[in-house]
Design a protein around this ligand. Structure first.
Ligand SMILES: [Zn+2]
Length: 116
């Protein structure tokens, strides 16, 4: 299950962010997962529960949001509606996927002690 390695990589990144800001804990982690990212959102959340003990994310809330598929024309940049042939209505060029295939770390909320 590759969700585990993704979560591991995510936690590594969150931890190094948190440490560089002298945080004592992480409150909330928000990730955005596109429908073509090849990631099961449920498996991802489960993997997070399993991997996080002992990390700064031990009590963090994981928020997983979705993403829309967006296609654009590579030539003129026009947005191309889905649900029909994926070519540009203006110049006939094939559509290029503009978003929806990525896993993005959107936001980390940290607990930072006052005295630092
Ligand atoms: Zn075009």
């Amino acid at each position: 299950m590759h969700e585990y390695s993704l979560v591991q990589a995510l936690l590594d990144r969150v931890e190094s962010e948190a440490r560089s800001r002298h945080a004592s804990a992480v409150h909330r982690v928000t990730v955005r997962i596109g429908p073509l990212a090849g990631v099961e959102r449920e498996l991802f959340s489960k993997a997070f529960e399993i991997v996080r003990p002992g990390t700064l994310c031990d009590r963090a809330e994981l928020v997983v949001t979705g993403d829309d598929l967006r296609w654009t024309c590579e030539v003129c940049g026009a947005a191309i509606p889905t649900g029909r042939v994926l070519v540009c209505p203006d110049c006939g060029w094939p559509a290029r996927l503009a978003s929806g295939d990525a896993l993005v770390l959107e936001r980390i909320e940290l607990e930072v002690p006052d005295h630092v």
